[in-house]
Each structure stands twice: as C-alpha cells, then as structure tokens.
Design a protein around this ligand. Structure first.
Ligand code: NOJ
Length: 575
C-alpha cells in the first residue's frame, strides 16, 4: 500500500501559512465545518454539492481557517442528513463524484487548507449493501452477524428484545419481515453495526486507507463512544440501562474496550506522513472519560462540548478552560473548543434567550418549538455575546471548531413549516413524545446566504432545500464583506491574527484584571484577551487594540478620556 504524503503541497500565497509537513498541524487549528448539502450549490438542484464547495475555496482561504471538516457527503437515503451512510467509499451522486472530491481536496490543499472527513462507524444506512444482504439472507446467516439482530420477546416474538428508546425518539428495535429485530440507537434507517465482528473492523480499516490515500488529512468520528457494546442474552430494561453508571462497563455507551478499535485505527493513521488525525465525537460523562478518546495512542483529539453547554458566564468559562487545559496537558492532546455545529441551536440565538437551568442548547430548542417568538429573544444581545464568545474561543490554546454561517452571525432559523422539516428528531416524534431537542436541527442547516438577493441568496440557481428567511439578506457574505463592523470581518481579522500570534499551548490568567464579570488572560508574546461578560462597562486594560468583538467606548484623547470595555465584549490587545 502506498501512503500518499502531502509534502508536495505548497500554499499559493503567504496567507496560507501552514507548515506543509508539520505533523502537529491539528493541535491549534481553526477548523471550519461544512454541512455539504447546505453550503453552496453549483449545479442548481437545490442541494449543495462538492463543486459548490470548490468554488468557495477562495472564501475559506480568505476567512483564514486552517482546515475544513466535511459532514457526510456519501451516498445516503438522507434519513438523518447523510449520517445514514449507504457506501463509505463513494460520493452521493446528488453531491458529486469521486473526481469532484479529488478536485476539492486538491483546491483546498493548494490553498493551504487541510481536509477532514466525517466517518460514521456506529451504524450504516439501511440502503448499505451489507444491510440489504442481511435482510435477504435471513436469520442465522453470516450477513446478519455484521449487525445486531435478535429474536423478539413474547409468545410469538412480537415484542422487541428490549424496551429501549432510540436517541431520536421511538423504539430502538425494528422488526423485519421474517420476525427478527435489529437494533438502531438512532433512526430506523441507521442499523447499528456489530463491532464484535472482525469483518466490520477490516472494512473500516479499508475505508480509512481509501480516504487517506486520496489525501484526506483527518477524520471526525461520529458517536465514537457507542461502537463497542456488550449485549448478552438477557438484555437490561431501559430503566435498568438508565440506572447503570457510565464507568466503562455500561452495555451501550463508552465501554473501555472501544479504545482497542481506535488503537487499531491509530496504526493506520501512522502509516501516513504526516500521520492522519482524528477527532472523536464522544458525549461522555466526564473530562477524564473524554481524555481516553484523545489519547495519542487512539484518536488523538476529542470534541469538548463544555463551552457549548455553558451559559455566557465568566466563572463557568474560566472553570471549563482551566479544567480542559489541565486535562489535555496530561494526555498529550490539545484542547478543542466549539460553540455551534449542525446538531445544536446556533450560539447567537442561544445567547439571546433567558438562561434555563444552565442548558443553553435546550432553551434554544424550546424557543424554536414555540415558533421563534420575537418577544422571547434579544437577538442583538445574542449576537453581541456570540461574537464576544467566539473571540474568547479563538484566543484560547488548542483548536477551535467553527460551524458554517457562524462567521456571518446567523441566528437559528425558527420559521420552517412542519411539512418542510427533515430532521428525524422531528419526524419520529409527536409534540407529546418530543424530547428536549424540540423540533430538531433543521434551523441551523438552512442553506447559507452568499448574496443579498436572488433565488436562494446566492446559494444556487435552483432554490434551497430548506426555506431561507428574508432576514438572511442582511447576514449574507455580500452584505457583510468590507463592512468593518460586520461579524464576517471580525472573524476574518481574528483568524488571520490568530495565525500570526499563535504560540505555546498555555495561558496565564491575569488575576489583577479579572473579576466576577471580567476574564483576562495572556498568551505567550504579550497577546492578551479580555472579555467583559457583564452589562456594565469596565476600564479597558492597557495595550494596543488588535481586534474587538464590538465597539469600544471612551476615547484616548489627551483630555484624559479613558477607553472602556463595554458589556458582552471581547478585545485582543498586544502588551
Ligand atoms: C452525531 C451527528 O453529529 C448527528 O448529526 C447524527 O444525527 C448522529 N451522530 C447519528 O449519526
């Protein structure tokens, strides 16, 4: 097997400042998540595609991110936005071809950007050839061993093997024609793979090599904590499952032996130069459990959702940052930070809503479920805080994962009619059975506005597959470009500065300047980040202002005016 090196890749201009052979490139990278079906539509069929993304590589380069993470672009029935993969080694024809993929990869690399692809190993799509074979081959067949098939309970096997509920609501077991049942922790169309089966392991190793050979730099691993399962003959009830501790021995989640899978993957990653990287999506109970996924002998990095789940609060932010930096220093990984992704209500919206028991993602879901009432939200404050939070994030040591559209300051789209919603979390539930996630995740997946007008605000010639609201015009790339006060220009400036200023993976809190509502920390080289979480202005720490998330008050005049840092504002300074 030949391992393709990316050593020959040379950035075209100075703005692409990546060290091309650097095996540590991921440690402090700013990674931009693209949800391909909603980014840019080159062929005008209403669905974003790979050629659309390629056409926007100059935009991504100009933004100043270091890498792009592509959410699934594989053939899929789209029961779960592409996370139901029917073929792991191909491209959905609605999105493009493998040649389009190669072109995109090469355009990104030429621009000095790395490419991370999403891998979905816990379940396939129900259209996958393995699942189709399993259905046709019947009970007791080899094909069924790749999945988790069971006989039902009850006299005629008419009851599911256990009363478990899927993550999206509704039962987690579905009966097939011959009477057996299969497990799907997510939608019916997402049958769980049996990771006790050697062929499943081998096939994923083949997939890792397939994309690595094509020049992919890393992988984002979906539901990384669910692959290993312990399902003996007697299955626990859902109440019993619920009561079990998540200590590495839970039958479904975060089992210790899942790391044997990732140790095997690591050996494949290390066949390449530079080694391929991975980041785990693992919703586990503690920073300590998460650190296992980030081990250098395993996936190497794991998402840390602590900031995403926090209110805009100085004490919470400081505690989270301190804990996570200590944790990553111990494991040898680097910290990751994220506020928005394709699964949660956008952070500009969350921060404009009154706090609810410390669970901002969930209060956003409530607001969407209520139809997005204008009197329930302070949109301006939400955006102001979101910008301050992002500037805080981009100053932290470690890598920052940004979600498409947050650089425009987009709010969640609440105004999607029920009959146009696509998320299984909505489709599988009723108002009575709906969980905390409310109407689901479509509101952050609406196609991006590139232009002030046109059929789909510049997304493509053929409209958009989820309805875009009229207010998108003012948040479009066209409207925000060259406006020095826009969110887009703030991201651009901060991302470019970050490359220039980035240093050791440490920070020092400035306790003389930090207090209840204000956090000030310094990075190496005299780079200072100050955030005012309150709503009363405070004196601006001294130093040269590099970028600010909002207008700074006061004046620098000789008459003795002092500059101030207004509420919900972050500033970077050089001492
Ligand atoms: C996590 C992904 O981020 C989410 O979008 C998906 O629905 C589930 N995993 C199931 O694959």
């Amino acid at each position: 097997m030949t391992s393709q090196s990316t050593a020959q890749i040379r950035p075209l201009d100075d703005s692409a400042a990546l060290l091309v052979d650097d095996p540590t490139w991921w440690r402090q990278a700013a990674v931009y998540q693209i949800y391909p079906r909603s980014f840019a539509d080159a062929n005008g069929d209403g669905i974003g595609d790979l050629r659309g993304i390629t056409s926007r590589v100059p935009y991504l380069q100009g933004l100043g991110v270091d890498a792009v993470w592509l959410s699934p672009f594989y053939p899929s029935a789209l029961a779960d936005g592409g996370y139901d993969v029917d073929d792991y080694r191909d491209v959905d024809p609605r999105i493009g071809t493998l040649e389009d993929f190669d072109e995109l990869s090469s355009a990104l690399h030429t621009a000095g950007l790395r490419l991370i692809v999403d891998l979905v190993p816990n379940h396939t799509g129900s259209g996958h050839s393995w699942f189709q074979e399993a259905l046709a081959a019947g009970r007791g067949s080899r094909a069924r061993e790749r999945y988790i098939f069971r006989e039902g309970r009850g006299e005629h096997g008419e009851l599911p093997p256990a009363d478990w509920e899927s993550i999206f609501g509704g039962p987690a077991w579905t009966r097939v024609e011959d009477g057996q049942w299969y497990l799907h922790l997510f939608a019916t169309e997402q049958p769980d793979l049996n990771w006790a089966d050697r062929e499943v392991h081998e096939d994923f190793l083949t997939t890792l090599r397939f994309w690595s050979d094509r020049g992919v730099d890393g992988f984002r691993v979906d539901v990384a904590h669910a692959l290993a399962k312990d399902l003996g003959e007697e299955l626990p009830s859902s109440a019993e499952l619920e009561a079990m501790p998540h200590d590495g021995r839970h039958p479904l989640w975060d089992r210790d032996e899942v790391h044997e899978i990732y140790a095997e993957w690591r050996r494949v990653f290390d066949e390449y130069s530079p080694p391929r990287t991975a980041v785990a999506e693992a919703w586990v109970g503690s920073a300590e459990r998460r650190a296992r996924y980030a081990s250098p002998q395993g996936l190497g990095q794991a998402f840390n959702f602590d900031l995403l789940e926090a209110d805009f609060d100085a004490a919470d932010y400081r505690r989270i940052v301190t804990e996570n930096l200590a944790q990553s220093a111990q494991t040898g990984s680097s910290s990751t930070w994220v506020f928005s992704n394709h699964d949660v209500v956008r952070h500009a919206t969350r921060y404009g809503l009154p706090p609810r028991a410390g669970r901002p993602g969930k209060q956003g879901a409530d607001w969407v479920a209520a139809g997005g009432p204008d009197d329930g939200i302070d949109r301006e404050l939400g955006l102001r805080r979101a910008r301050a939070a992002t500037l805080f994030e981009l100053a932290l040591p470690g890598s920052a994962y940004l979600y498409q559209g947050e650089e425009l300051g987009l709010h969640e789209v609440a105004e999607i009619p029920d009959d146009q919603r696509q998320d299984p979390a909505f489709l599988r539930t009723t108002p009575e059975t709906r969980s905390d996630d409310g109407l689901g995740r479509d509101g952050c997946r609406v196609p991006l506005p590139w232009a002030r007008g046109g059929a789909s605000f510049g997304f493509g010639e053929g409209g958009a597959h989820l309805p875009q609201p009229a207010w998108f015009a003012d948040f479009s790339v066209e409207a925000e470009s060259d406006d020095p006060t826009s969110t887009l220009e703030m991201y651009r400036r901060a991302l470019h500065l970050r490359r220039e200023l980035q240093g050791a993976e440490t920070l020092t809190w400035d306790d003389a300047l930090s207090d209840g509502e204000v956090l000030v920390f310094e990075r190496t080289g005299g780079w200072v980040c100050a955030t005012n979480f309150g709503d009363v202005e405070v004196p601006l720490p001294s130093g040269e202002v590099l970028v600010a998330s909002g207008e700074l008050g006061g004046s620098e005049d000789a008459a003795g005016g002092a500059r101030v840092l207004p509420g919900a504002t972050t500033v970077w300074l050089r001492r």
